[in-house]
Design a protein around this ligand. Sequence first.
Ligand SMILES: [Zn+2]
Length: 361
Amino acid sequence: MKKICFVLFAAIALIAAIPAGPAIAAPCLEVTLTGTMGGPPTFNGLAGAGTLVRYGDDSNDCNDVKLQFDAGRGTNVRLSQLGIMPNQLKAIFFTHIHSDHTDGFGDIMQQRWHFLGAPLDVVCAADAASPAGHTMSCTDLAANIGDAFIASGEIAQRRAENAARNPAGPAALTNVMAFTPGAAPALVWSSGDVTVWAIKSNHIPGHASYQVITPAGTVVIGGDASNDITDPSMRAFSTSEQVELLAANADILVHSTIHPVMGPAGGSGFPPPVFNRQSTATDIGAMAQRAGIKRVMLTHLIPSIGSPSQGPFPVPGGALKKRNYKNAVKDGGYRGRISVGTDLLTVRLPKNKEVRRKHDD
Ligand SMILES: [Zn+2]
């Protein structure tokens, strides 16, 4: 009996002595709206359009890879609220080069230059000619991003204080990775487990939408995409068929949104061609339902929540509330989760009850 007890005790002691091994850190993804202003106006301190996608694992709070999609006015301010400096961004992607999506780019590059950051991957569409005769050029935007600061003498003055700063100014730190968007998703950037794909979408020439694939989930950034057919009488819906393809079964779709109330029938005076090159909240809901998207994050809201107008155009019936946007998405038949964007709204995948994040179901 004594012997049996001893063997049993020894066996238990042996099992207890086996090291448990390091806990396996699970991959995670965080999507943060760095700005939700819809279009060029300003309203109530909202930052311009932008989305931060962070990927990593539990051990580093999803902070291995930081990718910025669009960088409207005040992006650096919002990033600072997350404790992120421009030097920490691994790449920046532009859906298109309207100023409400690029205002913050110069600020990011200037600070990166000032603090001796590494070159930044700038991923965007190659030059795109418009039938109207002009060319949209992300490449030229990047190549000239520091010009005003060079012309003002600031670049030379700060170099005189620190010769380690690149003599060619902030543009020298842009590593432009231009691609020609097509009708099928194409790989445009990757790092480790993270791949980013792009597809051509309509809004202005050179518009693209992005899909980020990670082991923790998939997020699609639609940008200001709308249907390729701009005449509403000739199309079934305002959303982009390419975005619908790209976003099939995605965990999250981040998409610019216009409320149907701003349509020509509402009497706001909002220019119909501008209305027609955005996706309505209702059509986004219908698309998300067809595509099996688990969560929709509305951003770039036209009009902003609480604003009596969009720029000079009054909102028919008065300022909208979050629920007006939710209802518009549900009107499209969507039964998934809806987040109506406010600056710094964050969604984490997979959900982690221990990490409290500001988000709105
Ligand atoms: Zn926009």
